[in-house]
Each structure stands twice: as C-alpha cells, then as structure tokens.
Design a protein around this ligand. Structure first.
Ligand code: ADP
Ligand code: MG
Length: 781
C-alpha cells in the first residue's frame, strides 16, 4: 500500500525576536513572556497561547532549525511534500528566520532555515546508496499578485494549476538541476538579487513580495529484499513493468520555503506612491490567506465547505500546503515591543487558527497508477489461487488429467454447455408446473453434474472472476483517463474565465485606485489634511495665487461667499460624489461576487454527480455534464459581460467627473485671472487719478497766485498796470482752462474705474451661479 490516508495537523512554531537597536534607543517595553517548557506564550497580562514550538529572543538559528525543521525533512525522503513558511508583521524576523537575512552577506552562524535544510538534504543524499536522487530548484516571487520567476527574469506573469494528483504546479516556472550545496546557494543568491525589497518605517530592508523557494527531490529507491511483484509508477501516468533484477519504486517530493511579505498598516509604515500600492496588494494577499486559514480551521467548512483558494495567487500556490497533501510547518514571527502588541496579537491568533488545519499527506505516486497496482495485486492473488486449485486437481484426479490431455478446447466447450444446462435445469426445477418425477430426474442430473464437475466449476468461476476483474480494470483505467482529460479541460475553461474576470477586476481596481489616490489624503489622517488639500493637483495653483492676492478693495458691494469657501465646498462635494459613486460600484461588485459563488456551487454539484456515477458512465451522463458545464460557462460569460459593462459605466462616470472638475478648475482660474486684471487696471487708474489730483492742486495754486499778483498790480501806475494786467489775465485763463481739463480727465478716470469694478463684480457673481448650477446638476445626475 503506497498511500497514507492519515491526517497531519499543520505544525506551528512561534519565534519572538530580540529588541532591535532603534527600539532599545526608544526604551521600548516588552509585552511578551515565554514559557519554553510548556510551549506557551503570554501576551500582555492575560492572553495565553500554546503551540508546537515556542522560541524566545535568545534562541539561536541552529536551535530553531534542529528542533522544528530538521524532523520535517525526513518526510521528503518518504515521498511527502513539505512546506515551511514564515508569517508575521513587517520587521518581525521572517527573512532572518528563513534565510538568515540578506543571503548575499550573511555569515554561517546566522544561516537561516533554507541554507541549513539544503545542507541536511545533500548530506542525506551522499549517505544513501540504496537510491538515485536528483535535485532541482525553482525560485519565485509574488509581487503585486503577479508570479515572477526570479531565476529566469522576464515580464511573464506565471499561472498556477492543479495536476491530477492534487499537486499545485506553476506553469512555465524554470527548474534548475543542482548537484551540490554551492549550486543551490548560487541560485538563492541569484534570485535574492532580483527580489523586490525596499525600506519602510518598520524595516530598513523590507521584503515587498512573497518569495517561494522550492526544491524538487526525486528518488529511485532500490530494495533488494522486496519480493513484491511491483510496477514502476511515474508522474506521466504511465506504469511500466520492472525489468531490472532489483525491485525499484519512484518517489518524488517538493520542499517549499515561503517567506511571506509582512502584514503592515499604512499609517505606521507611512508608505506613499509605489510603496502604498505594494502595501495594498500585500495586505489583500495576506487577507485572502487569512480567509483560507479561517475556513480550513473551521471543521464545518473544512469538510465540503468552500475554501477561497482562488482569491489570490499566494493562496492558489499554497493550496497543497494548507488543507492539501503536504506536511506543513508555519513559523510565526513576532516583535516583543508593546507598540506592536496589536499586530502580535493578530499574528498569534492567526497561528492558533493555522494549528487547527489538517492536511492529508499522500506519497507522490500517480493515483491512477496506485489503483492499477492494487488491482494488479488482486489479480496476482486470484491467479495464485487458481493455480493452487489446479495443482490439487492434478494430484487428486487422474480423470481430469486425461480429459485435459485429450484436447483442452473440446473439453472447455462441453463444460460450458453443461454449465448452461445446469443453470437452465436449476430454473426449471423451481418451476411449479413440473411433475414430481420430472423434478426428481432433474435433481439427479444436477447432483451427478455437481459431483462430477465441482472442481472444474470452481475453477471456471475463478477464471471468469479473473477475466471480469481484468476487463473491469481496463475499463476503470479508460474511465480514469477520460475523466482526468475532462477535468483538465474543465480546469482550463475555468482558468480562462477566472483570467477574464481578473482582467476586469484589475481594470476596476485601477479606476478605484485612481479615485482612492484623490480620496486617500482627505480621509486618512487629520494632521495631513491641510497639506494634502494644498497638494491636490486641481486646486493647488489657484490657492497659492489666492494667498498672494490681497482682499478685494475695489468692489462696490461685499461678496456673498469668499472664494476660499466656494473652492473648498466645491472640492468637498466632488469628493463626496466620487465616494458615493465608488460605493455603488462596490455594491454592484459584491452582488456579482455572490452570483459567482452561486455559480461555483452549481458547478461543484455538477462535478459531484459526474463522480458519483463514475462506475457506470454513459454518453447521456457525459452529455449532462457537458450541458451543465456549457450552461455554467454561459452564465459565467454573462456575469463577466455584466461586470465589464459596470466597469465601463464606472469608467465613463469617473471620466465625466474628472472632465467636470477640470472645467470648474478652468472657470475658477479665469475668474481669478480677470479679477487680477481688473485690480491691476484699477490700480493704474488710481495712480493716474492721484497724479491728476496733484496737478489740479498745483494748477489751483498757480491760479490763486496769479489772481493775487493781479490785485497787487491794480495798485501800480496805469501804463505798467494795463500791460501786466493783460499778461496775467492771459495766464489766468490758461491756468483755468488747464484746471478744467484736468478735472474733466479725473472724472473720466473715476467713471471708468467704477464701470470696470461693476463689471468684474457681475462676472464674479455669474461664475458663482455657474458653479452652483453645475454642482446641483451633478448631484441630480
Ligand atoms: P521581516 O522579514 O519579517 O520583515 P526581517 O527578517 O528583515 O523582518 O527582520 C528585521 C530586522 O530584525 C533585521 O535587521 C533582522 O536582522 C532583525 N532580526 C529579526 N529576527 C532576529 C533574531 N531572531 N535575532 C536577531 N536579529 C533579528
Ligand atoms: Mg522580509
């Protein structure tokens, strides 16, 4: 028997890291107490948790490895998949635990789990002479929900599938043969070089992606002592008889090391821009993982309930590690600081849930091949039984020997005839119409035949059982093959639909993120509110300009609203409208998600029906399955079209909103521009008027001086008097004319100025009207 049906509970270790230098500088207090003897951990004053392993701040890398990881590795050589993954808040020590820090610069003492496990595996391989082992490796990262091959960098986003044996397979991931520890370490270094990392407030070198390093170990085990008549099974589903003198079996296993990106609160990391986008993707992946862990830890959901593996790439990739066929160890890393208490509590709860998950590990042989082997061994057993019976017969009865020697074919034929007659007589004997004599005669004949042929009949029964079993075996094999083909086809269709849905979701996310970006600053922290309003692209320029403009001094009547007030109200209303639009979209999406879940249920029921009737397949049932598949595909397509239509609507509404905002912006700008122009012209006019007023005063003074002079002349003698008088009168008239023209000019300027400020006031009021009207129409819309 190759399969092991027993369950394996996911093992959980918790590691509390020491205080970092910067935490010591800030005199941070510890909120965690550890009890290694009982594997308990106490958070704060009251919360106590118990795990499989608990490690304190002083635990060395070597000790953690020997206690929790090394025992898991034996499973790999028994043909079981093993996954070791680190979970925890950013900066809690995941990367330190998995690799020991930056693999490019660490010393041997600090080596984490991965390099140590690689060493153990190669040591084991060198010491084993009973098998031939091949080791290869792949290194992937999930960055913003795209799977990237770190050892073959290109722009491809790889896809995840499940194979017939329930293994998760990343299609297109490169696998590299490793002959030594150095080969593996150089692959680790190569991948780490291109992995996405970056500095955040919480960690100077924070991993911005989930990293998955996998070792594939294949062994051809040679066992001289086994006498079993075995066949060799391989992953291509073919089963070949063994030709060699040794009995040989093929085992393979995957050893996953997963360093998850840390959960993080944007408020604490203070991430913006690209880091902010990364945070959103990291947190949504971890949320999906949390949902999977919760569903698996709930006994009701675990048995037959829906496990949301398809919600993110990381959950799809860890499908066989959580609730699947692997043996899994989760290492939860926590910080000891009181400031991180909330995050630590979450991580510990998460770890507790994970420890309730039960996997069903199976050795890695193809299930079809395994079933084939079981049937083969039953046939062998029956053949042996048949042979035994024949030997007994040949020993006991000469007659049967002589019958056989006269020609087996003829004997077989007459034996079959007798058997048919036997069955007919048996039925006739039960018939009530027969007379007693006839019944007696039949009974005598049947007794004679039974005595004569009991061994032969027994043999025949055995032979026909063998034949039946053989044909059942072949038809079961065919059935399995066609079923697995159908399953692959269905998987492909489902994947295609999922991809289409994902593209639409991405588009929607993009639109939503664009809106988020404009929404986020006004909704996150109160402190940053004034800054962010200023930095908002639509109104920043206007506001700065506004600050340099002094309060209006030239309008004839006071404004009803200040410009500040109008701009702020308008901005606030635009955001509120965008927000309500977003809520409508979210509601729509939720509805469509529910519909999709209904679809999934339907699809699952379909699959079950098909399976239940597996032993008596017929074209009709396949038609049913196909029809339900087609129906569900059509429904899904409708759903996708519906989502696409809603995305388009949301996009066009978002576009309308942004055009509207731009228009308003231009309007406000033009109001400001014209206000500024008017003010400048008015200032010039005022300057002119002041100059004119001065000139008028000067001219008045001159006129008065001239009149004074004329009065003085009146006292002088007549000849001189008349001459001077004529001269002064002329001057007086000229001065008077100039005074009059200056007064005229001043009046003109004043009129002009009044007219201009009146116009500007009207235009200002008109613009306000336009703004208010457009707001009203937007709300109605
Ligand atoms: P994560 O991967 O969870 O974001 P890291 O592994 O990068 O966090 O750890 C953050 C910092 O804490 C690093 O400087 C690391 O060296 C240090 N650190 C974490 N765990 C330990 C430990 N057990 N002993 C010593 N230093 C540690
Ligand atoms: Mg890390």
């Amino acid at each position: 028997m190759l399969a092991n049906e027993s369950e394996f509970r996911v093992k959980v270790a918790v590691r509390v890291r020491p205080f970092l230098q910067r935490e010591k500088n800030h005199e941070q207090k510890s909120c965690i107490a550890i009890h290694p003897q009982t594997n308990q951990i106490v958070l704060g004053e009251r919360r106590t948790f118990k795990y499989d392993f608990v490690f304190g701040p002083k635990t060395l890398q070597e000790e953690l490895y020997r206690t929790s990881v090394e025992p898991m590795l034996n499973n790999v050589f028994d043909g079981y998949n093993v996954t070791i993954f680190a979970y925890g808040q950013t900066g809690s020590g995941k990367t330190y635990t998995m690799t020991g820090g930056n693999i490019l610069s660490i010393g041997e003492k600090d080596y984490g789990i991965v390099p140590r496990a690689v060493k153990t595996i190669f040591d084991t391989v060198h010491n084993r002479h009973d098998c031939q082992v091949t080791i290869s490796a792949s290194y992937l990262e999930i960055y913003k929900d795209d799977i990237i091959d770190l050892l073959d960098v290109n722009d491809k986003d790889l896809d995840v599938r499940d194979d017939a044996a329930g293994n998760t397979v990343v299609v297109g991931a490169s696998e590299h043969r490793c002959h030594s520890i150095d080969d593996v370490v150089s692959l680790l270094k190569k991948g780490s070089n291109v992995r996405h990392t970056g500095a955040t407030q919480m960690n100077d070198e924070s991993s911005r992606s989930h990293a998955i390093f996998t070792l594939y170990i294949e062994q051809r085990v040679r066992d001289k002592n086994s006498n079993a008549n075995l066949v060799q099974a391989s992953f291509d589903g073919l089963v070949k008889p063994i030709q060699s003198t040794f009995d040989e079996s093929f085992l393979s296993a995957k050893l996953h090391f997963v360093d998850l990106a840390g959960s993080e609160r944007v408020a604490r990391t203070q991430n913006t821009g690209e880091r902010f986008q990364e945070s959103i993707r990291i947190n949504s992946g971890l949320l999906a993982l949390g949902n999977v862990v919760s569903a698996l830890s709930d006994p009701k959901k675990r048995t037959g309930g829906h496990i949301p593996y398809r919600d993110s790439k990381i959950t799809r990739l860890l499908k066989d590690s959580l609730g699947g066929n692997a043996k899994t160890l989760m290492i939860t890393c926590v910080s000891p600081c009181t400031a991180d208490l909330d995050e630590s509590l979450n991580a510990l709860k998460y770890a507790h849930r994970a420890s309730q998950i039960r996997n069903k590990p199976i050795k890695n042989v193809d299930p079809n091949a395994q079933r084939f082997i079981e049937m083969q061994s039953e046939i062998t057993h029956l053949r042996e039984e048949l042979e035994r019976q024949r030997t007994i017969l040949s020993r006991d009865g000469q007659s049967s020997n002589s019958r056989r020697s006269t020609g087996l074919n003829g004997v077989d034929h007459s034996r079959r005839l007798i058997q048919t007659a036997f069955v007919c007589f048996q039925q006739l004997n039960d018939c009530e119409d027969l007379g007693d004599e006839q019944k007696q005669w039949i009974q005598t004949w049947m007794d004679a035949v039974s005595n004569e042929n009991s061994e032969d009949i027994c043999n025949d029964i055995l032979t026909s059982r063998v034949t039946n079993l053989e044909s059942a075996l072949h038809s079961a094999k065919d059935e399995l093959r066609s079923e697995s083909q159908m399953r692959v086809k269905r998987e492909m269709i489902l994947d295609r639909l999922q991809e289409q849905l994902k593209t639409k979701e991405d588009e929607l996310n993009r639109v939503r993120m664009a809106m988020d970006e404009s929404n986020y600053p006004t909704t996150t922290t109160k402190k940053s509110l004034p800054d962010r309003t200023k930095s908002a692209p639509h109104f920043g320029g206007v506001q700065r300009k506004e600050q340099s403009i002094q309060p209006r001094t030239i309008h004839s009547s006071p404004a009803v609203f200040g410009m500040d007030y109008v701009v702020e109200r308008f901005h606030g209303r635009s955001l509120a409208l965008a927000h309500s639009q977003e809520e409508i979209e979210e509601l729509d999406l939720r509805n469509s998600d529910e519909k999709q879940n209904d679809e999934k249920k339907f699809f699952r029921r379909g699959t079950y029906r098909l399976r239940k009737n597996r032993l008596t397949p017929s074209i009709l049932q396949q038609d049913d399955a196909l029809q339900s598949l087609t129906e569900s595909t059509i429904n899904k397509q409708k759903l996708i079209e519906e989502v696409a239509r809603k995305v388009k609507e949301a996009e066009s509404k978002a576009q309308d909103l942004s055009i509207n905002i731009q228009l308003k912006e231009q309007l406000i700008k033009s109001v400001y521009a014209s206000t500024k122009d008017v003010k400048e012209t008015n200032e010039q006019y005022e300057q002119h008027i002041k100059t004119l007023e001065k000139e008028v005063d000067k001219a008045k003074q001159e006129y008065h001086d001239l009149q004074k002079n004329m009065q003085q002349i009146a006292t002088k003698n007549t000849s001189e008097k008349s001459k001077l008088e004529g001269e002064y009168r002329k001057k007086c008239e000229m001065a008077k004319a100039r005074l009059e023209s200056l007064q005229q000019k001043e009046k003109q300027y004043r009129d002009l100025m009044n007219k201009l400020s009146g116009n500007s006031e009207k235009r200002y009021v008109h613009s306000l009207n336009v703004l208010v009207k457009s707001e009203i129409s937007m709300e109605l819309h």
